[in-house]
Design a protein around this ligand. Sequence first.
Ligand code: PBG
Length: 312
Amino acid sequence: MRPALRDLVRETELSVHDLVYPMFVNENLNSPREIPSMPGVSAFPLSEIGEEAKAANDLGIPAVLLFGIPKTKDARGSGAWAEDGITQRAIREIRSRSDVLIIADLCLCEYTDHGHCGVVHDDVVDNDSTLELYGLTAISQAEAGADIIAPSGMMDGQVKVIRESLDDAGFEHVPIMSYAAKYASAFYGPFRDAAESTPRSGDRRTHQMDPGNAREAFREMRLDVEEGADILMVKPALPYLDIIREARCTFDLPIAAYNVSGEYAMLKAAAANGWIDHDRAMMEALLSIKRAGADIIITYFAKEAAKLLGAK
Ligand code: PBG
């Protein structure tokens, strides 16, 4: 087939406009620190996060997803909603340097000393008292200038509480990207090193989904739609392409897929060993996520992929 004909009939094409670049801002750092299990990905100090976001935006990437790691942690994760919290300051810093869309991840696991996603009572995460704190955090992120709030803690009712809190505070226009179908996955390992958010005891299986379940994912997504989600996310991406596809067919909201840390680390490790062609494998993986039905792809490969897409 002649290349022009192949171009003409290609069904799916990746665009830089599909990509979201996840970024870590760490209050303990004075200079960028590479995450050992995620070669090429660094956590940044506040002073450099704005430049990094701008660099991504200059490559054509429309949005960043921001994770903050605070200097001090406590039982309730109060740094998450502090006006001068690391995420709030980073949002202002990024905004002062570029127009990139800022998506604020909303969870308490980076801010709690026990590493769980909410308040812990008698060794279990207390759903309802956590919701109130998610509401406060959403408002403070929006006040700092976040364009989209992305709750990732998987508490029941989190979208509803965050929507109501944002509306009451005058942020009706700020959309919610909900981590609607988030599986209890082994592929989050490298992220937890980066975000210093591994639970000290227990795990997240009580509030993240069983990898064997698909129907449950749609129940969760439907609930989030009813509660007011504007974008539905499936996470991880590559082991759950079937869920992405079915979500695309079932809902008319934009679908986001999170190509998570472990998916990134695997490909990097294989490429570093010379076992796989890095760029081809990266583009094929991202394209497959889009082909499955994702409108938005959150990926640590965003900058590398943007460079290749721009060079085409
Ligand atoms: C929770 C959160 C996690 C990730 C994003 N948000 C970790 C978890 O649920 O344990 C994982 C992302 C990745 O692996 O790249 N705040």
